[in-house]
Design a protein around this ligand. Structure first.
Ligand code: ADP
Ligand code: MG
Length: 333
């Protein structure tokens, strides 16, 4: 376990500022998710932590020591990449054992450690198989076991579930979180999937164009987005925005309801013209307009609502967020 501090970290590749002045402190045993669209600098930031890139500015501090000049193998950090290449001609056992074999550890000790890591990931029964004989999800676990076998202080994972089928991703998420809690390893996890970030992170750092736009608990990020970028990126469908009284007014689709159903005596009201309704089983999405602005409502499928109708809708005042029209910055009122 370890505390990781990123202090004013920057990395440029020629003219491209891939990471631009990032300040984040990751607590001991914390699961921190870096969330951002493709190209926002997530992988570069992970490679900087791992020591695979040198920062052009700032410092990386692990447990109080600056590690900028410490080689990757000596940082106590392990990394799992999206393309978790396993050695195809080695058994699962030998794949997991590989980092220990390289160190020249004795065989009995290696076996103990491999069995510990494999047990943690629930792949103890696969140790004698070849990678071609296990599923995608199991390969992913082998890669994680291989990362854990040296007992890293810090675990870095870069989109580790993105190669899995949507169906197994939920259970993989659940298991990932369980073993992380069990061994308490400080974890930095990269994803572009906001649901994954919300589900896994103790805290989420939202990145955009090399900068951290907001860092906070999933609740903070979802309910009090720092700006319109975060508000639009987190949540599906994204937050609705309407210009009102010189400000940008934001409200989540699932908090936008027929006015008569809102308990607030004085909700913020809108005339909603419903153009199309999608019944998705668990909920319905109503697509339409307020004036000329497109908005979406996420409604109970029991609600009777017709395409083409116009109705009074509203949002409870406490659920409305305000943003600066020019800068997009959130305004607390
Ligand atoms: N080795 C490199 N050389 C040049 N540009 C790079 C290199 N690595 C990353 N970049 C650029 O840095 C930016 C951030 O990339 P990356 O960290 O991979 O983002 P993400 O992982 O969020 O998709 C992108 O514009 C990318 O093209
Ligand atoms: Mg990446």
């Amino acid at each position: 376990m370890a505390i990781v501090e990123l202090k004013g970290i920057s990395k440029s590749f020629g003219q491209v500022r891939a990471v631009d002045g990032v300040d984040v402190e990751i607590k001991d045993g914390e699961f921190l998710v870096l969330l951002g669209p493709s190209g926002s600098g997530k992988t570069t930031l992970m490679r900087l932590c791992a020591g695979l890139e040198r920062p052009t500015g700032g410092s990386i501090v692990i447990d109080g020591s600056v590690v900028n000049d410490v080689p990757p193998r000596e940082r106590g950090i392990a990394m799992v990449f999206q393309s978790y290449a396993l050695y195809p001609h080695k058994t699962v056992f030998r794949n997991i054992a590989f980092p220990l074999t390289v160190e020249g550890m004795d065989k009995a000790e290696i076996r103990k450690k491999v069995e510990w890591a494999a047990g943690l990931l629930g792949i103890g029964h696969l140790l004698d198989r070849m990678p071609s004989q296990v599923s995608g999800g199991e390969k992913q676990r082998v890669a994680i076991a291989r990362a854990l076998v040296r007992r890293p202080k810090v675990l870095l994972m870069d989109e580790p579930l993105s190669n899995l089928d949507a169906k197994v991703r939920h259970s993989a998420r659940d298991e990932l979180k369980k073993f992380q809690r069990e061994i308490g390893v400080t974890t930095i996890y990269v994803t572009h999937d906001q649901a994954e970030a919300m589900g896994l992170g103790d805290r989420i750092a939202v990145m955009h164009e090399g900068k951290v736009r907001q860092i906070g608990t999933p609740d903070d990020i979802y309910h009090y987005p720092a700006d319109t970028f975060v508000a639009g990126f987190v949540g599906t469908p994204p937050m609705n925005f309407i210009e009102k009284d010189g400000l940008l007014t934001g409200f989540r689709p699932e908090l936008f309801h027929p006015a008569e159903l809102i308990s607030d005596q004085d909700p913020v009201r809108f005339r909603f013209r419903i153009e199309r309704v999608e019944n998705l089983g668990a909920y319905s999405l109503a697509y339409g307009t307020i004036g000329s602005v497109k908005v979406i409502a996420n409604l109970s499928p029991r609600l009777r609502i017709r395409e083409g109708e116009e109705r009074d809708f509203g949002v409870s005042r406490q659920d409305v967020r305000y943003f600066d029209k020019q800068t997009g910055a959130g305004i607390r009122r």
